[in-house]
Design a protein around this ligand. Structure first.
Ligand SMILES: Nc1nc2c(c(=O)[nH]1)N[C@H]1C(S)=C(S)[C@@H](COP(=O)(O)OP(=O)(O)OC[C@H]3O[C@@H](n4cnc5c(=O)[nH]c(N)nc54)[C@H](O)[C@@H]3O)O[C@H]1N2
Ligand SMILES: Nc1nc2c(c(=O)[nH]1)N[C@H]1C(S)=C(S)[C@@H](COP(=O)(O)OP(=O)(O)OC[C@H]3O[C@@H](n4cnc5c(=O)[nH]c(N)nc54)[C@H](O)[C@@H]3O)O[C@H]1N2
Ligand code: SF4
Ligand SMILES: [Mo]
Length: 735
């Protein structure tokens, strides 16, 4: 059957597109009437998501038409948050002039970028900002990575020789899946693109087992088998599991000998951790640890999968290495039903962010991971005088005042900048300090492919969705913004390649998607510009508007070609591991901190810090502090109690919910709250910015990866007798 032609941007009718809010990239059908999206529903004809959708997807229409959305360039004329509308020309001229002056006077590193999570979901935003940064020549690329996966990326750098490369669990073929530090039923997958995850996990559970290791009985843990663990103790559990594999001679000697280097060193390092010690730290009994390791090793098709809950502890890099090491030592790496690299349909590598430590932070001397700076030192990079001090800040699709550590300190830093501009959809807690806010397009207003998901799909898939509607107001795509800035700054063409700059002079201005098209056409499933029967974006749009499954196998067997080490072997030992295990040995000797341990969670109706202005997402939720009954009782805390949380770095007031879903000795609160931006509905919701409790500077991070210490932070919790928070709670409960 021939597909119906797509209506064209802004034209009435049903548009097949896909969601770009999270890595699931679910297919959507957007219905347009009179140039406006009037309804968004699941795309049942999308062969990848097959009708799967969560509540956030359709809410993109509420965001797109939100009266609080920024759709014209804004200039700050008073204190934080006081903006007036200006023309694009005025905004871009002034920014270019001031940015150029700062660059000439103080050098390119006086200009820093903070690149936030949604930026990675837009090919246009990601590629054009990388091009612009290349032209600027600044190395100060701050991102959400140090709150997310930089320790994972460092683990990949150690193991595979390349930072942004991740093995994925072969969900369709696994019979046993261990999920550690991830809640895929709510997050819908991180570094894993599988929109029907729940169905996959159900199928694995029906064939075998899904075991979830988490300090909270998460939605995923609730549905499958849960092993409760103390936050920030995974290194003990994983060490003890790997030790058991070797003690019981369950290792795959052949795999280790043929494909890895240094495994004996890792074996010796984890051999120092006894099961009794692991049990005492994690709260998991020795029998459970032993049988988990044995059952995992004994199941031929098994994989261990981890995500952010394993990335922001004190020993996250080792922990992430150990997850892969368990997959490798038991012979489950690179094979069917195990953990392996995804297929990639584009020519060239999938990842620009590959190296480690090419430069180090001015503050705290921390290495970059995949080119990314640790955001815990951003504020001091602005505030501390000296060579290389940051004077201008470019904030792209990020809200670090809420999402990064110590937002109060960061606010002070932002307020002191000579120039700050932001490309965003809203006035946020962060860009309220900017001199200019430039309005960006939402994904309904942009064409795209699921670029960052392409190498993380257990079932390879590709879709090209053209824009559904025209941009609201004067919102622009990022390439148009950065191209113009480069031009006005006298940096010449924005393109990194001479050939492209030449094309631009001839009047052709390739977009980021044109580059993807070229890489697709020259890649393994491409049409080779007419010399093959394969794909191009145009063909995809015409013949497969709902997307197409790709006939590309995962990398079983040929995975060594993805290893950057010249011998194609995996590294299970490295200087960094040596250093980190020494630090771990010292931590094992140190007395235990008896305070409660704070960790994070995500909720289905929140997207980090930025979707709280959508009524259908926010009205039905209020953030609460989960605390175990046995921790609550001695503190006089009951459900609804206002509670003060205090650390060495800050204090916040939250509302408690007493619950045995959280492990005893720990408390849990979602991030991304405490609003004070231009989003009026969000501002009206009670909720605290939990990251005010985190430290900043080099002592607040895992030094080798720069990853902020977020999960397992010691806190004190005390009930407040003041009624303020309780009244807010009551108001929220009454709608
Ligand atoms: N305590 C704690 N802190 C955390 C986490 C945690 O689990 N616990 N998680 C961390 C993680 S994993 C991440 S990724 C970070 C996320 O933190 P950030 O990367 O700072 O991102 P968000 O909070 O999602 O804010 C995104 C911003 O981008 C804007 N935006 C949305 N869509 C677009 C668009 O299409 N174009 C443009 N130009 N702008 C857009 C939004 O309005 C918003 O201002 O938070 C981290 N912080
Ligand atoms: N609904 C929704 N979906 C999202 C997002 C969102 O904000 N909302 N954000 C997106 C982003 S930016 C990302 S990076 C992905 C993240 O995807 P996930 O990593 O799946 O995200 P979380 O739901 O935060 O799951 C982390 C889990 O780790 C647990 N955990 C915390 N500390 C520890 C620990 O020390 N040890 C262990 N073993 N577990 C621990 C938490 O209880 C939580 O259940 O989700 C994406 N999807
Ligand atoms: S699961 Fe993710 S991609 Fe799918 S609709 Fe929800 S937010 Fe969008
Ligand atoms: Mo993230």
């Amino acid at each position: 059957m021939k597909p119906r032609p797509q209506p064209g941007a802004g034209k009435d009718g049903e548009h097949a597109t896909f969601c770009r809010l999270c890595e699931a990239f679910c297919g959507l059908i957007a219905e347009v009437k009179d140039g406006k999206v009037v309804k968004i529903g699941p795309d049942r004809a999308n062969p990848h998501s097959r009708g799967h959708l969560c509540v956030k997807g359709p809410a993109i229409a509420d965001i797109t038409y939100d009266p609080d959305r920024v759709v014209h360039p804004l200039k700050r004329v008073g204190g934080p948050g006081e903006f007036v509308r200006v023309s694009w020309d005025e905004a871009l001229s002034d920014i270019a002039e001031r940015l150029g002056r700062i660059r000439r006077t103080h050098g390119a590193d006086a200009i820093a970028t903070y690149f936030g999570n949604p930026g990675a979901f837009s090919t246009d935003t990601f590629m054009s900002s990388q091009w612009f940064l290349g032209k600027l020549g600044s190395s100060k690329f701050y991102t959400a990575g140090s709150q997310d996966g930089n320790s994972r990326h460092l683990a990949s750098y150690i193991l595979y020789g390349v930072a942004f490369r991740n093995a994925i669990p072969d969900l369709p073929n696994a019979d046993f899946l261990i999920v550690i530090g991830a809640n895929p039923l709510v997050s819908h997958g991180g570094l894993l693109t599988a929109p029907r995850l729940r169905h996959d996990l159900d199928a694995i559970a029906a064939r075998g087992r899904v075991v979830v290791i988490d300090p909270r009985r998460s939605e995923t843990a609730e549905r499958y088998e849960h092993i409760a663990i103390q936050p920030n103790t995974d290194i003990w559990l994983l060490s003890a599991m790997l030790r058991t594999v070797f003690d019981d001679n369950l290792e795959d000697r052949d795999f280790l000998a043929r494909h890895t280097v240094g495994w004996e060193r890792l074996r010796d390092a984890v051999g120092a951790v006894s099961l009794a010690e692991a049990s005492e730290r994690t709260g998991i009994d020795t029998g459970t640890i032993r049988s988990l390791a044995r059952d995992f090793a004994a199941t031929p098709r098994a994989a261990m999968y981890s995500r952010v809950g394993l990335c922001r502890g004190n020993f996250s890099t080792i922990s992430n290495v150990l997850v892969d090491a368990l997959n490798m030592a038991t012979g489950k790496f690179g094979c069917k039903g195990g953990s392996t690299f995804g297929a990639f349909p584009l020519k060239g590598g999938p990842e620009p962010l590959v190296g480690y430590g090419e430069h180090r932070s001015r503050i705290g001397d921390l290495p970059v991971v995949g080119g990314m700076m640790p955001s815990a030192v951003l504020a001091d990079d602005v505030l501390e005088p000296g060579e290389g001090r940051v004077r201008a800040m470019m904030l792209i699709a990020g809200n670090p005042v809420l999402s990064a550590p110590a937002g109060d300190h960061l606010s002070r830093a932002f307020a002191s900048l000579e120039l700050m501009f932001s490309v965003d959809l809203y006035v946020t807690e962060s860009n309220r300090f900017a001199h200019y806010i430039l309005p960006s397009a939402t994904f309904l207003e942009k064409g795209d492919v699921p670029l960052i998901g392409l190498s993380h799909m257990p079932r390879p898939f590709l879709q090209y969705a053209p824009p559904v509607i025209r941009s609201a107001g004067e919102a622009r795509e990022e390439l148009a913004i950065f191209r113009e800035l480069a031009k006005r700054m006298g940096l010449g063409s924005i393109y990194p390649m001479k050939m492209l700059a030449g094309l631009e002079r001839l009047g052709f201005a390739p977009t980021a998607l044109d580059m993807v098209d070229m890489a697709l056409r020259l890649g393994p499933v491409g049409d080779r510009f007419g010399f093959g029967r394969g794909l191009s974006l145009r063909k995809l749009a015409r013949d497969a508007p709902h997307g197409t499954m790709l006939d590309m196998p995962l990398t079983y067997g040929n995975w060594p070609s993805h290893i950057a080490y010249p011998d194609g072997k995996l590294r299970l030992w490295h200087d960094i591991l040596e250093e980190e295990f020494a630090r771990f040995a010292a931590a094992r000797r140190a007395p235990k901190d008896l305070r409660l341990k704070l960790f994070s969670q995500r909720t289905l109706k929140s997207m980090n810090s930025w979707m709280h202005n959508a009524a259908k997402l926010v009205n039905s939720q209020t953030p609460v502090l989960l605390i175990h009954p046995e921790d609550a009782a001695p503190r006089g805390i009951v459900t609804g109690s206002p509670v003060e949380l205090r650390t060495d770095h800050g204090r916040v007031e939250v509302v408690a919910q007493v619950s045995d879903a959280v492990v005893r000795g720990a408390v849990c609160y979602p991030h991304g709250w405490g609003h004070n931006g231009g989003w009026r509905r969000a501002n009206g919701k009670p909720g605290a910015n939990i990251n005010l409790l985190l430290g900043h500077g080099a002592d607040a991070v895992e030094r080798v990866s720069g990853t902020t210490f977020i999960d397992g932070v010691p806190v004190e919790a005390a009930v407040l007798d003041a009624g303020a928070t309780a009244r807010a709670w009551e108001m929220a409960a009454n709608g």
